[in-house]
Design a protein around this ligand. Sequence first.
Ligand SMILES: *Cc1c(COP(=O)(O)O)cnc(C)c1O
Ligand code: SF4
Length: 450
Amino acid sequence: MKNYKSYTLSNFREIPQLKEIDEELKHSIEVVGHVLPFKTNNYVIDELINWNNIPADPMFILTFPQREMLQPHHYVKMEIALTSGDKSIIQEVANTIRLQLNPHPAGQMEHNVPEIDGVKLTGMQHKYRQTVLFFPAKGQTCHAYCTFCFRWPQFVGMNEWKFAMHETELLVSYLRNHPEVTDVLFTGGDPMIMKTKMLAAYIEPLLDKVNLPNLQTIRIGTKALGYWPYRFEFDEDSGDLMRLFERIVESGKNLAIMAHFNHPVELSTPTVKAAIKRIRATGAQIRTQSPLLRNINDSPEIWAEMWRKQVNLNCIPYYMFMARDTGAQHYFAVPLVKAWGIFQAAYQQVSGVCRTVRGPSMSCTPGKVQVLGVSEVPYNGELKKIMTLRFLQGRNPDWVARPFFAEYDESATWLDELKPAYGEKEFFFEKELKEMFNEEIEDTEAGNLE
Ligand SMILES: *Cc1c(COP(=O)(O)O)cnc(C)c1O
Ligand code: SF4
């Protein structure tokens, strides 16, 4: 049994294990942590980070800001601001740098926000036909922050885009008006940060069969299994949480915990194993996802191990994502061709039960786009490398599962860096996408993890 203790910029020097660590490293945490969000907790510190492997340890890099996460000139700028000791200067420099880090990739400020009778439901997004994202107001923080997180602006108080919505009633009436929706995905932050009572207040109105026959699956996106598995086993209301899960399952809905695991180490502690077992015993499913991150998990062995461990623990591998074009992306990004290579080499090592996973996938403006691979095809009398891609989710459902082709490009890290193959001017969806934008259907994303 553990009590949650969190560490942020103001008290991280109290972490006992850091006492032994170079002052230089602590200084860089301080500098970068003034720009990118930083929060960790005693479980991550005591159970996940290998303190004999600093600074290379992947869990250390995942939670502690690293010097190279800022461009050198940004780093120096913040370092100078800090020596001034002037809070308003520090704040101003921090915000100037943040604005240069593409804080709202694919314009996620106010797009895909559904409406009822002309009223914008700002705590929801509806981009793909079957699934509505719901951002409960009380679930917009996390047990610890990931240094790669694309939601970083909301943790550093830059958040005009409040996805928060208080009224589950509005969600229910939206679902009633949209019989095509089968899934609601609770996301955040991390909804599992909420007390069970609060979570139940959001979920229970959705369980009424008569009212919402279309709703089949309730998903909860969470990193709590990775960062605070006590949530499911020892927290004072964890028993109530399991009973809530049971009620969802008994109501006839599928309950899918969409768990974020970035490294096999997160699947290795007795606490996480017990938590998974307990969740599975309620009848809930656990599906797993993670971005592919340089310096954290950019090898096929790590992914193969992760998928195997997940299946052994009764979880279903679901998505491998590309790191999004925001924040410290330069630090984490893996080129698409290399990412596909890692995916393929990992996929080849595991049996079919692990191959429920799909990836590598980019969450971008037109949809979720998977890199299917590189092939050599005859073109104008010679062999030419091309890349094949397809939509796993599309802003237009008709785009899904149609292979399309791009010029081979070893350095591209994102869809907008790719050119259509065979001298085409545009990808097949681009004209229609532009028309959609002209109609002011705007864009947003569930991001790295959804
Ligand atoms: C990823 C995502 C979903 C869920 O997609 P699935 O493929 O069904 O898991 C829903 N909405 C948005 C905006 C997303 O990015
Ligand atoms: S990636 Fe998920 S768990 Fe990590 S900080 Fe972002 S929202 Fe929180």
